[in-house]
Write a protein that binds this ligand. Structure first.
Ligand SMILES: Cc1cc2nc3c(=O)[nH]c(=O)nc-3n(C[C@H](O)[C@H](O)[C@H](O)COP(=O)(O)OP(=O)(O)OC[C@H]3O[C@@H](n4cnc5c(N)ncnc54)[C@H](O)[C@@H]3O)c2cc1C
Length: 360
């Protein structure tokens, strides 16, 4: 079977890998290159975790972790850095309660810390707050390199071309070629609307910001300083990766909507909000930005992913593992998309990822 994958961020790269592994003749297209800086799968790290307030996502991560391990051994590259991590907030916060119950439901180890400040002295905890420590939490290092290596390991053909159009019969049009496929997976990230104009996905400008420490930077390393997520405000942070001169603190809050082909806007106000947050929450970090890098979220209204056939053709699979939390699911979503393309079976992914919910 001949299958094309349009878009080689982590989702498309993974789909390409599993298509090839299952014996399909797979071609990958990207307008730039796998894991490009214009898309979402780049930068220095992406958090990986079971700790989700939603049992669907917590439950999917069991297979999610397994597939990352498989890709690590296939590419001979360490991708996951396990640091342990905490999800914290007011003990009675709905997300803390829901996360604890999702961790129990999916069978992941966790510990409810009663003295989190003793364990993580650079984080300020306030009265009435709870911290759920999960030992498998960590980050995936060098996301763009991961996508690139996965594409390389797939041994599929890569075409560095913008796809202009995909027809319902599986024809893929670029400026220089028209090629007909048995199936096409479209994993175009922030450009999904080019192929599915009715899909209500909104690209927003985000940024990754690194702040200069006032303490020796190595103190921002595990076990002293973990991956952390604040359930109430959705700010989050990562430990020192041993390379950068700064420590990353970011907000999982949607930025301004953008056209993915236009220049990215300045997000100075957002940086100021992160500075104010650091002031309240962290010790040992200055408000001096060492480095910041733009990125893009592709948001669905409900933050659930999209994995379904096009309403016009079962030859076309739409894949969007998005809304600012999809990297960790890239290998799993890519594998499910590959299985759908090869089998024509719509029931493979969770029903919540179907298009109907968004196209009503
Ligand atoms: C700042 C930031 C922090 C994040 N943190 C986390 C995190 O901690 N944990 C987590 O799990 N997730 C996180 N995410 C989300 C995660 O990075 C994304 O969900 C994921 O990378 C999306 O991957 P993708 O393959 O769907 O899209 P992309 O990586 O954007 O790939 C889409 C590709 O399609 C290509 N393309 C588009 N149109 C065309 C066309 N017409 N022809 C050819 N090619 C085309 C693009 O060039 C691009 O390479 C974060 C995102 C951002 C921006």
């Amino acid at each position: 079977m001949r299958v094309a994958v349009v878009g080689l961020g982590i989702a498309g790269a993974s789909a390409l890998y599993w298509l090839s592994k299952q014996g399909a003749q797979a071609d990958g297209y990207d307008q730039f290159y796998p894991g490009s800086e214009q898309g979402s799968s780049h930068g220095s790290a992406r958090i990986i975790r079971y700790s989700y307030p939603d049992p669907l996502y917590a439950g999917l991560m069991k297979e999610g972790y397994r597939l990352w391990r498989e890709l690590e051994s296939a590419t001979d590259r360490q991708m996951i850095i396990t640091t342990g991590g905490i999800y914290f907030g007011p003990a009675d916060h709905p997300e803390i309660i829901a996360t604890e119950s999702a961790l129990i439901e999916c069978g992941a180890d966790y510990e409810k810390l009663s003295h989190a400040a003793d364990r993580f002295p650079l984080i300020k905890f306030y009265d009435g707050e709870a911290a759920l420590y999960q030992p498998d939490m960590g980050y995936i290092t060098e996301p763009g390199r991961c996508a690139e290596e996965i594409v390389r390991r797939s041994h599929a053909r890569f075409q560095g071309d913008r796809v202009l159009r995909v027809d319902p019969d599986g024809s893929v049009h670029t400026r220089s070629s028209v090629t007909k496929y048995d199936a096409v997976i479209i994993a175009a990230g922030a450009w999904m609307n080019q192929f599915a104009p009715n899909l209500p996905v909104a690209p927003t400008a985000q940024q990754m910001v690194y702040f200069r420490p006032t303490l020796p930077i190595s103190q921002f390393s595990p076990p002293n300083y973990p991956v952390w997520i604040d359930a109430d405000t959705h700010y989050y942070g990562l430990p020192w990766n041993g390379k950068t001169q700064g420590i990353r603190v970011s907000a999982h809050i949607r930025g301004p909507q953008i056209d993915p082909d236009a220049d990215r806007p300045d997000l100075n106000e957002e940086t100021d909000r992160i500075r104010a947050y650091i002031d309240r929450r962290l010790s040992g970090l200055s408000d001096d930005v060492v480095f910041s890098s733009p990125c893009v979220y592709t948001n669905t209204p409900d933050e659930d992913f999209v994995l379904d056939f096009s309403p016009e053709s079962k030859k076309i699979v739409y894949l969007s593992a998005c809304s600012g939390h999809g990297f960790k699911f890239g290998p799993l979503m890519g594998k499910l998309a590959a299985e759908m393309a090869l089998s024509g079976d719509r029931s493979i992914p969770p029903e919540r990822f179907r298009l109907d919910r968004l196209l009503k």
